[in-house]
Ligand binder design. Structure first.
Ligand code: CO
Length: 220
């Protein structure tokens, strides 16, 4: 059987199984849901937010990209973030990376000239490597160096998230969302928390907005 035919066949089997197990499953799914969590994960085919957390459809709002980046020039990401924070009013945002991430490994080596867009995307990961090079290179093996950059990338993305205008606006308006950095172990399936920023956490002043300036501007 061709791979795509198998997917469609498995889809029918899944839908029948769900309906058999809970006849109201699809009726319930049609109702609007307000997920509490926004998950920013890696596009890697081995990690699916709902599968690894045993959550049901409707519980987690998801954005995925190569190496789980908070790319503040990516309209897709920014639109998903704005929707999650302003409309879904999520309480938690999780940046979940994973050990053994091929994209992080790729970012630690030379760029391949035939991968124009991948190179551009991985540039930010290279920057994190450069900024923490001493710390990362001090690790004793390639795997440990690689895993260190996986973790530092997650921590960096949590800070990037805090600096976005969407999060800053939400933090000024109320006490959500909290930001988390999680790392998933492909070897054991376990998620560890490695970073956490409560709503309203102070930012380095260079990232803060000058509110006084914006008030003055409004008066003009
Ligand atoms: Co990955």
């Amino acid at each position: 059987m061709k791979p795509l035919e198998r997917l469609l066949l498995e889809n029918k089997a899944w839908a029948q199984e769900k309906a058999a197990h809970d006849p109201e499953f699809f009726d319930k799914l049609r109702q609007p849901r307000n997920p509490d969590c926004f998950w920013i994960g890696c596009s890697d085919s081995r990690i699916h937010a709902d599968q690894v957390t045993q959550t049901e459809p409707g519980e987690i709002f998801v954005h995925r990209n190569i190496a789980n980046q908070v790319a503040t020039m990516d309209m897709n990401f920014l639109a998903a973030l704005e929707y999650a924070v302003d409309f879904l009013e999520v309480k938690h945002i999780i940046v979940c990376g994973h050990y053994g991430c091929g994209s992080i490994k790729a970012a630690m080596g030379k760029a391949r000239p035939d991968q124009l867009f991948i190179n551009k995307w991985l540039k930010y990961i290279k920057d994190i490597y450069r900024l923490h090079r001493e710390n990362i290179d001090a690790e004793s093996s390639d795997e440990a160096r690689h895993n260190k950059l996986v973790e530092l990338n997650i921590i960096e993305q949590v800070h990037n998230l805090a600096q976005t205008s969407v999060i800053q606006r939400a933090w000024r308006a109320g006490s959500r969302p909290d930001l988390r950095g999680w790392v998933y172990g492909l070897h054991d399936g376990i998620i560890k928390e490695i970073a956490s920023l409560k709503a309203g956490s102070p930012l380095d002043p260079i990232y803060e907005q000058d509110l006084e300036f914006s008030t003055v501007k409004k008066q003009l």
